[in-house]
Structure formats: C-alpha cells, structure tokens
Design a protein around this ligand. Structure first.
Ligand SMILES: Cc1cc2nc3c(=O)[nH]c(=O)nc-3n(C[C@H](O)[C@H](O)[C@H](O)COP(=O)(O)O)c2cc1C
Length: 230
C-alpha cells in the first residue's frame, strides 16, 4: 500500500486540540480520558494562537505536519518563544491553513517518515510557493536520526529535504531546524509498529525543547525584522 494511503486511514482517529489559556488542560484531560476509556492511544495535534494583543506585531505562521503529534510540541515551543519576542503567532496543521496572505513570516515543519517530509507538508509549500518566495521562511524537521546531533546525521536529515527542494526549487529558507522527535509505539499502526520494532527503534521522547526555543529565538531577527522580500 502506498504510504500516504495507509496513513490517511488513521486520520479518523485524529484529535485536534486548540490550546488557549486555561481551557487547554480541561480539553487535554477530556480528550485523554475519552481515549483511555476507548482503549486507544490518544493522538493530539496542537494548535494555538498567541501574541495577538498588539496590533502592530508581525504575524507569523508556524504550519506543521505530523502523524503522532510530537512535532506539534516543537511548533508550540517555537511559538512561545516568538510571541515572547513580540510576534503574533498562529500554530496550525498544514491541512488547516488555506490562506497565508495575512502573515509576514512563515515556518513550515514536518515529521519524517521513511526518509522524507510528510506529503501534506511538501504539498503545502508547493501550493504556497509564490507567496512564500516573498516572505521570510524557515523549515524544520522532526525525526529520530537527530537523537544524535552529529555532522553525519545532519547531512542525512538535510538529504531528507531533497524532494521538498525539487517540489519548490525557487524557495530559499533562512534556516532549517533539525530536531529530534518522539516515538510512541502506542500511537502507531500495527504495520508501522512492526517496522519500527524490526529496525530496533527505541520508544522515547527525544525532543529538546530548550534547544528548539533557542533555535527559534535565533531566527527571530530574520523572521521578524524583514517585512517581505518582494
Ligand atoms: C513509520 C515511521 C517511519 C519513520 N521514518 C523515519 C526516518 O526515515 N528517519 C528518521 O530519522 N525518523 C523516522 N521516523 C521517526 C519520526 O520522524 C519521529 O518519530 C517523529 O518525531 C514523529 O513525529 P510526529 O509524532 O509528529 O508524527 C519514523 C517513524 C515512523 C513511525
């Protein structure tokens, strides 16, 4: 079966969670308990909006693609950092973004599966290529290879982006963030779990959120200072 076809089967089990203030915990508990009572692992796909208080704040979109939810945690950490630096940030799943015209900068990230970005993340970049070419842009990647941050692993993970470069050759991101993700066998299909177990992949949450925040803060001057290139 084609990878994407298989993964779309899991879409009906997705749970979307919009985080806003104190409602987040209640929602999280409700979703978590409901899933537990159904005997299935909960899949949470976080979305949020922050920093809307100041009308003049530059608007930043952090759009991401994920299968098991951990990439959303990276996006949320980046958002917190950028909002703290004066931006107004929306974190959205790529499939929930139709219009990027309100934004002054965009970050796009994806989990890696089988050596490439998820197809909807690549499609998002391709669809919005013309607008993205006029905006400050950054990519980020979540994968297991980056559990060990070595030059070899960085080169390997950068090569994962080759199909994206071919799909949107005109784009020149300011930065590409390479991050370790998470693996939870309870959130995988039987087939994916079997594959990952056969590969000897170890379950765990390898995300280094302080490093993710530091990376986002490092991109702020480029993302927030420039008001478009075209
Ligand atoms: C079926 C499958 C294939 C994967 N393929 C790769 C891969 O080729 N390279 C890699 O570094 N990580 C790979 N990973 C690890 C994921 O990229 C990592 O678990 C990521 O954090 C998942 O993000 P998500 O929770 O947002 O879906 C794979 C994981 C699964 C389940």
């Amino acid at each position: 079966m084609h990878d994407d076809t298989k993964e779309q089967v899991g879409m009906s089990r997705r749970r979307f969670l919009v985080v806003s203030g104190g409602a987040a915990l209640a929602l999280l508990l409700r979703h978590g308990l409901a899933a537990a009572s159904e005997g299935q692992a909960v899949q949470e796909f976080l979305e949020t909006t922050c920093g809307q208080g100041q009308p003049a704040a530059p608007r930043v979109l952090i759009a991401y693609a994920s299968r098991c939810g951990s990439t959303g945690g990276l996006a949320m950490a980046m958002a917190g950092e950028l909002c703290g630096l004066g931006a107004a940030v929306d974190v959205r799943l790529v499939e929930n973004v139709k219009d990027i015209s309100p934004y002054q900068a965009v970050m796009v990230g994806s989990a890696i599966r089988r050596g490439r970005w998820l197809s909807e993340a690549t499609a998002f970049v391709k669809t919005h290529q013309a607008t993205l070419s006029r905006l400050p842009l950054a990519y980020f990647v979540a994968c297991l290879t980056m559990r060990e941050d070595t030059p070899e692993n960085r080169a390997k993970v950068l090569a994962y982006l080759e199909p994206l470069r071919k799909a949107a050759p005109g784009l020149n991101p300011l930065a590409v963030g390479l991050f370790a993700g998470a693996l939870d066998f309870g959130k995988l299909s039987f087939m994916d779990k079997t594959v990952m177990e056969a590969r000897g992949a170890a379950e765990g949450d390898y995300r280094d959120l302080p490093a993710v925040k530091a990376w986002a803060a490092g991109q702020a001057p480029g993302l927030l200072a420039r008001q478009g290139r075209g």
